[in-house]
Design a protein around this ligand. Structure first.
Ligand code: ZN
Length: 310
């Protein structure tokens, strides 16, 4: 039997990578509200997945915000809730298409191309587009919001082994064997789509290269995967774990706990008040910051307790 909490702790590096991909995607304008999900399968083949939580914008997500779910989207570990529909698309792609990392976005330029008759990027146009030559699929069956698992099953079958699928009138899914590889493809897919949309907006006829040239570039790019890792490490240096000193600190100020000397209070006052309920769970201040919110809580408690009890 799986020990979900222990495995959740054990996969901290994978959670950090997934959270980093989300924050980078926000900064690259690939995000939309608090919608869409990035998921990655645990490497033990247990059909458990890491996914972003409900209600957090992507630039808010740190490693400790990532949630572990099963194939039905039921939460197994993590401090946040998960959107019940989050796995409707992702589960099928993981389970049927056997993809490790699944990134779904409504990023604007790729989505714009799903609205065209072709439904997808022309992989013989820009050099960025050629890396996707022979790696794309199109799911032309748009049936409204994904409200059950059949959506993911249909998309997974439409992929037919492809790494990227354009979803008609909807968005895209980019898959990879690792988070850094998948993110690199996601980023360059949007850049390639942007170039094509801009080129189309000129009204001039487009000038694709011959098919063998596009195929050659795609093959060349396979040998350039180190670039994906290097870029991801650059992103790691630039988009560090988010600081949210007030998110739960304000909650403590509005509803200060004054009725006892509970362990949570003690943890908060030592510096765990930034991020959660307990140092042994999720409450540790990973960055070792001064806990201003905790100290303000202490002041409120002292006021409530009255003189002589300090
Ligand atoms: Zn979507």
């Amino acid at each position: 039997m799986n020990d979900h909490a222990a495995d959740w702790e054990g996969c901290a590096p994978l959670r950090a990578d997934l959270a980093l991909a989300l924050r980078a995607a926000f900064h690259h304008d690939l995000a939309e509200g608090v919608c869409n999900h990035f998921s990655v399968a645990l490497p033990d083949g247990s059909d458990r997945f890491l996914i972003n939580p409900r209600g957090l914008a992507w630039d808010e997500v740190g490693a400790r915000d990532i949630v572990m779910v099963d194939v039905a989207g039921e939460k197994l570990a993590g401090r946040h809730e998960v959107e019940s529909t989050a796995m409707f698309i992702h589960a099928g792609v993981h389970r049927i298409a056997r993809k490790t990392c699944v990134l779904h976005t409504h990023m604007p330029y790729a989505t714009a191309l799903t609205l065209t008759e072709a439904r997808a990027l022309d992989t013989a146009l820009s050099q960025n587009a050629m890396r996707f030559h022979g790696r794309l699929a199109v799911d032309r069956a748009y049936n409204g919001l994904a409200l059950d698992a059949t959506e993911g099953d249909r998309i997974a079958r439409a992929m037919n082994g492809a790494d990227v699928v354009f979803l008609a009138n909807h968005g895209v899914i980019v898959c990879g064997t690792r988070v850094d590889y998948a993110y690199d493809d996601l980023y360059y897919l949007e850049r390639a789509c942007e170039a094509q949309v801009l080129a189309m907006s000129t009204g001039s006829r487009l000038a694709p290269v011959a098919e063998p040239v596009a195929a050659k570039v795609a093959a060349q790019m396979v040998g350039e995967q180190l670039q994906a890792t290097l870029i991801f490490e650059s992103l790691r240096r630039r988009f560090q774990e988010p600081r949210r000193p007030w998110s739960e600190g304000w909650a403590r100020l509005r509803w200060p706990r004054i009725s006892g000397e509970g362990r949570d209070d003690a943890v908060a006052l030592r510096g765990g008040g930034f991020s959660g309920p307990g140092r042994d769970g999720f409450g540790r201040d990973d960055l070792g910051r001064d806990d201003l919110a905790g100290r303000q809580t202490l002041r409120l408690r002292r006021l409530a307790q009255g003189p002589g009890r300090q």
